[in-house]
Design a protein around this ligand. Structure first.
Ligand code: BG6
Ligand code: MG
Length: 220
């Protein structure tokens, strides 16, 4: 079978907009409420991880994994989400990361498909606030995903939703777990940011992403 680039699949938080930082601030506040301190280095391990799995990692870090019932953990996760949604209240198209809108437009103009593979249940709301919903052909539904990144599930769901073979897609991610998810899904991976391992191409920030680069990475 001849491979042919058919689709580009994007992560959201930290790739389309800087909401990854708001997730960090919201978790830091929630963790402080239960006497656990987290820093940016620890936060790297939370990127791409679902809300409940992130809470479990934070509780384990503080040695408090046995201190809360499931119901209490659900309350903590809801509290974190309330902090997060509050931080997002002024989100607007001005918060789209550099180069992303022209890139989405160029991908569409080249007749390639575009999907979102975010495990965030807030993803549809974030895309709407950025006025980017119409730029995507398919949004993988985080509510139906059973395994967080680094499991490939969400990237496989995104490719299937577009009706393309995963080998014919390129994924773009800012998290180590996300890069591993893309590679496990059998796609080429472009990383954004420093220190990511196992990418097919790594750029320092989103302004460096171009359609020509995506096409080149696909050919590797
Ligand atoms: C991912 C983020 O995109 O979504 C994680 O990288 C976050 O940090 C996860 O925990 C789940 O997001 P939400 O909005 O459903 O809590
Ligand atoms: Mg991300």
């Amino acid at each position: 079978m001849v491979r042919q680039l058919e689709a580009v699949i994007f992560d959201l938080d930290g790739v389309i907009t800087d909401s990854a930082h708001f997730h960090y601030l919201a978790w830091k506040q929630l963790a402080a409420d239960i006497d656990i301190e987290i820093d940016e280095a620890f936060n790297e391990t939370l990127k791409g991880i679902s809300r409940m799995d992130s809470l479990d990692l934070i509780l384990a870090k503080g040695g408090r994994e046995k201190d809360f019932t499931l119901e209490q953990k659900e309350e903590l996760a809801a509290k974190k989400n309330a902090h997060y949604v509050e931080l997002l209240k002024d989100l607007s198209p001005a918060d789209i990361l550099p180069g992303i809108k022209p890139l989405l437009d160029a991908i569409r103009a080249a007749n390639l498909k575009i999907a979102l593979a975010s495990v965030s249940k807030n993803a549809p709301m974030v895309l709407a606030a950025l006025d980017l919903t119409d730029s995507f052909d398919y949004l993988a539904d985080a509510a139906k995903i059973t395994h967080s990144k680094p499991d490939p599930e969400i990237f496989l769901v995104a490719a299937a939703g577009l009706g393309v073979e995963s080998a014919n897609a390129v994924g773009i991610e800012d998290a180590q777990a996300g890069v591993e998810a893309i590679k496990s899904a059998g796609m080429k991976a472009i990383g954004v940011g420093a220190g990511l391992i196992g990418t097919d191409e790594l750029v320092s920030d989103t302004s460096k992403l171009t359609l020509a680069m995506i096409q080149k990475v696909f050919q590797i």
